[in-house]
Design a protein around this ligand. Structure first.
Ligand code: AMP
Length: 227
């Protein structure tokens, strides 16, 4: 009837450093929906020097959130692309109650809803250690860690061959602000979906493989079948 059916909107919630980005591509592929990461989209805008990228820069460098209206429009545009017609895995969005409400209104207009919100839980001290040792691919944004998840070749992305760099917002001073912003602005979003009865909690303080299996269970898929 010409309506889009966003029947598979799955949210991946968790603090910075919880491992959302590391798991998201694989999870999206498993679910057969695109991976839509607000932080990645914003970094792409910055790299391209768009107006949005220029506006976002100062917020991102401080570890503050980019204003809701801007991020909501960016995600709405992304969800209008044909590959997202049947849903998406949203990573890093919504980060505030206002963003969550805007998303829910948009989905409701199209007969859709948030099907599942997955919360990847990691203790704060572990988050800070992970972020401070993180290296990221400039090209495909795959994350590595200098101790816990080393690239096979130092400085080179194992997925695409791109150059690895340390995100400026992974500096220790900025990291603690990002975690504080998360607790103040984003944790209420987690509580909202817990109250709505759609929250699935996953212990993110385990190996990458163990978290992957827990995520598959959370979305009702079988554990990973070795390739
Ligand atoms: P991330 O890659 O998810 O850690 O995001 C990096 C930065 O982009 C954040 O620290 C924010 O400054 C900004 N950002 C990403 N997603 C959002 C969002 N949903 N709302 C506001 N700002 C965001």
């Amino acid at each position: 009837m010409g309506l889009h059916h966003h029947d598979e909107v799955v949210l991946l919630l968790g603090a910075p450093g919880a491992g959302k980005g590391t798991q998201a591509r694989f999870l999206a592929d498993t679910l057969g929906i695109p991976h839509v990461a607000s932080g990645e989209l914003l970094r792409e805008h910055r790299a391209m020097g768009t107006d949005l990228g220029v506006l976002a820069q100062e917020y991102m460098d401080r570890g503050d959130l980019v204003p809701d209206a801007v991020v909501v429009d960016m995600i709405a545009d992304r969800l209008d692309e044909p590959d997202a017609e049947h849903g998406a895995l949203l990573d890093g969005f919504p980060r505030t109650l206002a963003q969550a409400e805007a998303l829910e209104r948009r989905l409701a207009d199209r007969g859709g809803e948030v099907r599942t919100a997955i919360y990847v839980e990691v203790p704060t001290d572990v988050l800070i250690e992970r972020l401070a040792g993180r290296w990221m691919c400039r090209v495909c944004q795959t994350a590595y860690h200098e101790v816990f998840n080393r690239p096979t070749v130092a400085g080179v992305c194992g997925a695409c061959g791109g150059e690895l760099y340390q995100r400026p917002d992974d500096k220790r001073e900025v990291v603690s602000n990002r975690v504080a912003v998360y607790l103040r602005d984003t944790h209420p979003v987690v509580e909202r979906y817990a109250r709505a009865g759609v929250l699935k909690r996953v212990d993110g303080n385990q190996s990458i493989e163990a978290v992957k299996d827990a995520l598959l269970e959370a979305v009702g898929q079988d554990a990973a079948i070795p390739a």
